[in-house]
Design a binder for this molecule. Structure first.
Ligand code: ARG
Ligand code: ZN
Length: 861
């Protein structure tokens, strides 16, 4: 790890050069052992272009044992930092290296590591160089054949990419297996797994009749919890054929779940490796949210086979080429499994919770970044989720037919290559005949555009004028912005009749401002804009509370309806925070209206009546006052709970279900019932403690049990300690559920939340070595706006302490948890000073990783 005193090197997009050497063939021979694994690599290398330079192979952390060129041991190699330089006279050679690595000491979880006795790999972005010397960059595509030898008792299952070709047993207690991947791939898609694993098998026949053997590999005790993931995989395979015409291309598709994983999952060719939280589910241990997330991540990784693997990225600046598109694909898949409107609401809520703040803070960067120090810091909400919004906007602009033609063209043209975001946009243009030059600003300009919309109506003339103006705020390194292309779906409704006055229109705003005129508008119009969240922007409009309430009841676009309610709630909460003003009644009436509408999907109602988070309210204010926001939001919750008490009680009773079913309808009922429980608790009604306790005990599924636990844990109920204790004891030993126990307490709305979190970090089950556990406590605490920002700085100190400890084990995961400290500009001077002091303490730490250094130093700037 570099010392922070030696400033890490900055990699720039403009410095891209094609590789000097290609590696058409790679043979890897692993002699697996947790303490000392020997890796023998045989690379067939060919010179690429005129450059007469030596072969340069990336490495990290391992020691060179031997180098051979064309079968002959050589000693004229050199190390330049960790790069192995091998002088080569001709244009084609076979280069062999031998290294030894120690998977059981790999706490970074990058490269080859051990997770609960299983040996597994994670190579994206630059983990392969920790396994063997290689040109570890995504534009070097190689055909891999892999041989693994391991102790047969400890590692009975040996898996790698592609198809199994041979295996055998030795007489020394070891056995071996060979795998061959016919598709050339970049090193970041390499994978290997060795361990004692059980498999849930399935099969899928592709549209052209190829039979694919599917396998989900887990610990034997977890096998009963793999059916949902297997089912989701089959649905994904069929969906990609139907919607994008993409067929799977190998005879086997394997997924392995491991407990220690830095993020969600990884799309290695034919051998996906997953964080177990995105595979394992049964009704007793996983919530509806978990079930949905599992299906989405299984789909995401599967979809990468075409968007990522068959077509990969030329360099890491193009990361959104595969991630943005693949997120868009998994979002569309999930939308097709249930309510598309609810899915869109959830995705927008996620975007606002993580990407908007990122885009407004010190770590803001374009969807196609210009520079980085540590690429792992760029697996962000901007690359993934804003990137998905870019694809969605292009799909909206092109329309379904041209968009499909454009993706077909992209797959045809770039299959087997390492492509760029520009290649993708050009396909969109060529297939549709549209000019997207202005649209490209979405790739290069950071920051969330702000759109102001004001509608004027001259009652006499029947003319309405809509003035639209956009402004993109400055972000680090980008003080001045050009106007962007905003695809805005809009429609006008009549305030008196409630009827639509126009059709839905798609307006492409590409100037700083523009005025639209509507004729024959005979009654006062109400504006419905950015319907379906057609552009990822902040809308500032002068719509009154009455108009928002009207839209929340009348709009025919479910997202716009939800949005109107959110805006009404947000305006109310902002006013209450700033001036203590009580405008509760308008919200109470609008919520009552929504609850009373029998036509609405239960899941939609549940989403629509939830208040915006404290953090999102904070994002609307010039200066965040976490305590005032909390009080304002609690007061509104109390008002809603009290005023509508009988409705909540009725919904609670009416949405009870017999036995557990996982279906969109059953999920919707559970969600609405649990929202009702939350409002009953907010009302202060005396029966709630007993009600929640009964639900907690009687629940036949985790959605209901955890909702009851949350209710009890957030309040002062007599049942609170018993519930936390019973939950812990019931699920002791199931780490994914114990994560929920930590997370519930880290997200607590109670006054003592920060102290409780500090104490929980000393709980015997707490460990920073497992990323899920670290995220469950430290990560969740960072987004608990009120507790984290406690005025005395205890939250800031705790986070910095944890990050410094975690950085020594796992820099990548530490760096991911830093952003809450970087929000200091949004707070009052005393808090800002406390946050800065912690950031300075981090930056000054000797031996800091470049991951954490980059994030902390940028956050101070
Ligand atoms: N490609 C993986 C996925 O989105 C995630 C890899 C994350 N890698 C990283 N270094 N953070 O499916
Ligand atoms: Zn991905």
């Amino acid at each position: 790890m570099p010392n922070s005193l030696a400033a890490p090197q900055t990699i720039r997009r403009g410095d891209y050069r094609p590789p000097a050497w290609m590696v058409p063939e790679t043979r890897l021979d692993f002699d697996l052992d947790p303490a000392a694994t020997r890796v023998h690599a045989t690379l067939t290398v060919t010179r690429n272009g005129a450059d007469a330079g030596p072969l340069r192979l990336d490495g990290a952390g391992q020691a060179v044992q031997a180098v051979r060129v064309d079968g002959v041991a050589v000693d004229d190699w050199a190390l330049e930092g960790e790069t192995l330089i091998v002088p080569l006279a001709g244009d084609a050679h076979v280069v062999e290296t031998e290294v030894t690595i120690a998977p059981d000491r790999n706490t970074q979880l990058m490269g080859l590591y051990a997770s609960g006795g299983i040996l597994c790999t994670q190579c994206e972005a630059e983990g392969f160089r920790r396994i063997t010397y290689f040109p570890d960059r995504p534009d070097v595509l190689s055909r891999y054949s892999v041989r693994m030898t391991a102790d047969r008792a400890r590692y009975p299952v040996l898996l790698s990419n592609g198809d199994p070709v041979a295996s055998g047993v030795q007489d020394d207690g070891r056995h071996w297996a060979e795998w061959n991947d016919p598709f050339p791939k970049p090193s970041y898609l390499f994978a290997l797994v060795a361990g004692e694993l059980a498999v849930n098998r399935g099969s899928f026949t592709t549209q052209s009749g190829r039979a694919v053997e599917l396998g989900i590999w887990v610990r034997a005790t977890d096998l009963p919890r793999t059916d949902h993931a297997l089912h989701a995989l089959k649905l994904s395979m069929a969906w990609d054929e139907r919607v994008y015409g993409r067929e799977y291309d190998l005879d086997v598709f394997n997924i392995v779940a491991v407990d220690d994983f830095n993020f969600g999952a990884m799309e290695n060719k034919g051998l996906n490796i997953f964080n177990s939280r995105y595979i394992l589910a049964d009704p007793d241990t996983a919530t509806d949210y978990d079930y949905d997330a599992i299906a989405a991540v299984v789909a995401h990784e599967y979809f990468h086979n075409w968007t990522g693997n068959r077509i990969t990225c030329r360099d890491w600046f193009q990361l959104s080429l595969k991630e943005g598109f693949t997120v868009y694909r998994d979002q569309s898949f999930s939308a097709d499994q249930g309510s598309a409107a609810v899915k869109r609401i959830e995705d927008v809520r996620g975007l606002r919770a993580s990407q908007f703040p990122e885009d407004a803070g010190p770590l803001a960067h374009p969807v196609r970044p210009e520079a980085y120090q540590e690429i792992n810091n760029f697996y962000t909400a901007t690359i993934y989720n804003k990137g998905a919004e870019l694809i969605r906007m292009m799909a909206t602009i092109l329309g379904p037919t041209d968009f499909r033609a454009a993706t077909d063209l992209y797959f045809r043209e770039f299959d087997g290559t390492a492509a760029t975001c520009e290649d993708f946009v050009r396909c969109m243009e060529r297939a549709s005949g549209r000019d997207l030059s202005r649209f490209r600003l979405w790739y290069s300009q950071a920051g969330t555009p702000r759109l102001s919309a004001s509608l004027l109506h001259s009652a006499g003339g029947g003319r309405a004028t809509l003035r639209l103006a956009q402004h993109v705020p400055a972000t680090p390194g980008q003080p001045i912005k050009a106007p962007m292309v905003l695809p805005l779906k809009l429609r006008l409704f009549g305030a008196e009749t409630g009827r639509p006055l126009t059709e839905e229109r798609l307006v492409l705003l590409d100037e700083a401002d523009e005025t639209l005129v509507f004729e024959a508008v005979t009654e006062r119009p109400v504006l419905s804009i950015n319907r379906g969240f057609s552009a990822p922007v902040v809308v500032e409009s002068d719509r009154s509370a009455a108009d928002l309430a009207f839209l929340s009841a009348q709009d025919d676009d479910p997202f716009a309806r939800y949005e109107a309610m959110q805006q009404l709630m947000l305006d109310t909460l902002v006013a209450a925070t700033i001036s203590g003003e009580d405008r509760h009644q308008a919200v109470v009436d609008a919520v009552a209206n929504t609850l009373d509408d029998p036509e609405l999907d239960r899941a939609f109602v549940a989403e629509a009546v939830l208040l915006p988070s404290e953090a999102f309210v904070g994002d609307q204010l010039a200066e965040v006052d976490p305590e005032a926001i909390h009080q304002a939001r609690e007061a509104l919750r109390r008002a809603l709970g009290g005023a509508l008490h009988d409705r909540w009680a009725h919904l609670y009773a009416a949405n009870a279900q017999g036995g557990y079913v996982y279906s969109p309808e059953a999920k919707g009922k559970r969600r609405l019932r649990n929202v009702a429980l939350g409002y009953l608790a907010a009302s202060g009604a005396p029966e709630v403690g007993a009600l929640a306790w009964r639900q907690f005990e009687a629940a036949d599924n985790m959605t209901d049990r955890q909702a009851a636990l949350n209710t009890l844990a957030n309040g002062d109920f007599a049942e609170r300690p018993a519930a936390l204790d019973a939950f812990y004891r019931r699920y002791a030993g199931n780490s994914l559920v114990i994560d929920k126990w930590f997370q519930t307490q880290a997200l607590s709305t109670r006054d003592d939340a920060a102290d409780a979190v500090v104490a929980l970090a000393r709980h015997p089950d707490f460990t920073l070595a497992n990323p899920n556990r670290a995220r469950a406590l430290v990560g969740a605490f960072g987004v608990n706006q009120r507790a984290f920002n406690r005025a005395d700085g205890a939250g800031y100190r705790f986070l910095a302490d944890q990050l410094l400890q975690l950085d020594r084990l796992n820099p990548q995961t530490a760096a991911k948890l830093l952003p809450p400290l970087g929000r200091w500009r949004r707070f009052d001077a005393p808090r800002a000073a406390l946050m800065r002091a912690e950031l300075e303490r981090i930056v000054a730490q000797p031996g800091l990783s470049k991951d954490l250094f980059e994030q902390a130093s940028k956050s101070l700037a």
